[in-house]
Design a protein around this ligand. Sequence first.
Ligand SMILES: Cc1cc2nc3c(=O)[nH]c(=O)nc-3n(C[C@H](O)[C@H](O)[C@H](O)COP(=O)(O)OP(=O)(O)OC[C@H]3O[C@@H](n4cnc5c(N)ncnc54)[C@H](O)[C@@H]3O)c2cc1C
Length: 246
Amino acid sequence: MLLYELAYPNWADTNRVRWTYEYGPTKMGMDATTVTVSSVEPVGTDAIAIELTTPAEFEANPGQFVKLTVTVDDEPVSRFYTISSPAIEETFEITLTIDPAGELGPTLAELSVGDEIDVAGPFGDAAYAGESETLVLAGGPGVGPAVGIAERTIDDGGSAAIVYLDDEPIHEQRLGALSDAGVSVFVVSNGDALEDAIDSVAAELDPQVFVYGFAPFLDLATDGLTGAGLDADGAKVESFGPAPEE
Ligand SMILES: Cc1cc2nc3c(=O)[nH]c(=O)nc-3n(C[C@H](O)[C@H](O)[C@H](O)COP(=O)(O)OP(=O)(O)OC[C@H]3O[C@@H](n4cnc5c(N)ncnc54)[C@H](O)[C@@H]3O)c2cc1C
């Protein structure tokens, strides 16, 4: 089931955040290692999926994130990106939305096959851990881990659902394929529709809930879970950064 609800076009404004992030990871991965870009694919408007070669000692699950470091104007710039492939094989994937005013995003958008880039990680515990029923609530680029986790859940024989809030949805091809494979996929554009979609999923599944996106989305997701009678405290949640200052 693939449902679109596109009445409300204002999400992108609240989803553009400026932040300074100091992350204290609970689980340390490898130190910065140079890897090669093996593909860069557009996955929607101002959105790309980047595949990177997997270093020998790198093990991770979809939903964990890595730190990329790239030189911009002779200075190293680092940002975090969440794994969006269902598994780590010879390569793994991250998904980015690019803000033209961002410091690193536009540079990452210029990457080509064969370029080298420094990667550290994985970091974070809000990741798939073999749960048989999963529901991923995704805002903006949070749809990256959503598709990765849903694909992995069905590969492992489980049941999955995605509720994705965006006014310009990305990864539509993979969302469509997941829908064809029996995953409940809801694409919504406001908090009320988000809660209705969570309600529909809760009637069918008793899932582990995952939440990925920028801080304003996390608040909407928490309200949506509570409104639908689900335990928001039991969700695995990763924030992509705080809300912008007003
Ligand atoms: C744990 C974690 C996981 C993440 N996973 C993902 C992911 O999977 N995919 C993804 O796309 N992102 C993810 N992010 C967000 C990502 O790390 C970056 O924050 C994002 O890509 C923006 O980086 P940037 O350097 O392009 O923009 P930045 O330079 O950091 O700017 C951020 C925003 O501020 C605005 N801004 C910049 N300079 C100014 C200025 N002078 N005045 C006003 N506004 C300004 C920009 O328009 C932009 O929207 C994650 C973040 C965290 C913390």
